[in-house]
Write a protein that binds this ligand. Sequence first.
Ligand code: TXA
Ligand code: MG
Length: 343
Amino acid sequence: MKIYHTGVLRPSRRNIAKSAELILRGDPIAVPTETVYGLAVNAYNPEAIQTIFAIKGRPQDNPLIVHISSMEMFKELTTADYPIIQRLAEAFWPGALTMVLPKSARVPDEVTAGLDTVAIRYPSNPIINLLIQEAGVPLAAPSANQSGRPSPTLAKHVYHDLAGKVPIILDGLKATIGVESTVIAVSPSKVKLLRPGAITIPMLEEVCGEVEVDEAVFHQVEEGKPTVSPGMKYKHYSPKAQIVLVKGSLEQFANYVNARLEDRVFALVFNGEEEALECISFCYGGNGKERARDLFLYLRKMDDFKAKTVYVRCPPAEGLDLAVYNRLLRASGFDVRDASKDS
Ligand code: TXA
Ligand code: MG
């Protein structure tokens, strides 16, 4: 693997131009998006794409999202042009929506891990948009974390995971959304949710009618089993501490945790609830938007504190909180306790 002297750089016009030049030479660049930071390469360069899997330690069968900055680029990537796509693009692009569609012949198999579909997103963050325009090619970009770690929402998270492995990290300050994009599989008659994000089910249903939810959103997919959403079968977003998701009222949660105090036990609760806990506790937000924005930051912080166990107040599985809940299910390895039954 190539070794770089990693620079965390301001997203000045010159630094973006330099980054585009490196992309066209086959190098990766870490770039902010409105969801999380991405590790970007030229989507048309198979060797560059392969380096992404090596850098991240990413399983080979987990395909990448291709990022575009115009609908002309979109047409290069897919053979599909049914009306529902146009409606979704008009409603949510640029933004945190990824559409999985039949791939065109131009998309290398390395991007799609051999699948005949490609995941496409038109992000709204101006820094990645300008980078795509300068490079003049779509960018394949997974989240810029070491595989199995929480996605990065700050440039310093990327530096922590990938220093020496990328030449440039463009610093776009804190990611506004904080969880990865909503991923949907789109066919002429049906939209299926593969990964929840900031574009919520009610938002999608307003544009395209009923949305089917893939079982992988709520359940563990067995390794080795074929699935429409390969990324969902891996233990994801996972800090070193044991994460335990606890359902129930605040009182039930507090009783449950306070009965299990040990060394290096922490709690993540909603705003204003810290005082109910006898261990060190942090609030990770007062609503879905705040919890989405800060969840990964707190999971990383738990590692800094060498937490052994982290009890997390379970958010409701709806709206933007559905994305938070989905990430916590995976971070905990589906370890969900019901404090109303079990005390
Ligand atoms: O917000 C985001 O989506 C961020 C930023 C950087 O854009 N990217 C991101 O990429 O989260 P990654 O690689 O961490 O997650 C991509 C997800 C994985 O779950 C993968 O399995 C799924 O998208 N995916 C990609 N191509 C697919 C395809 N052809 N069919 C089904 N799922 C696909
Ligand atoms: Mg990821």
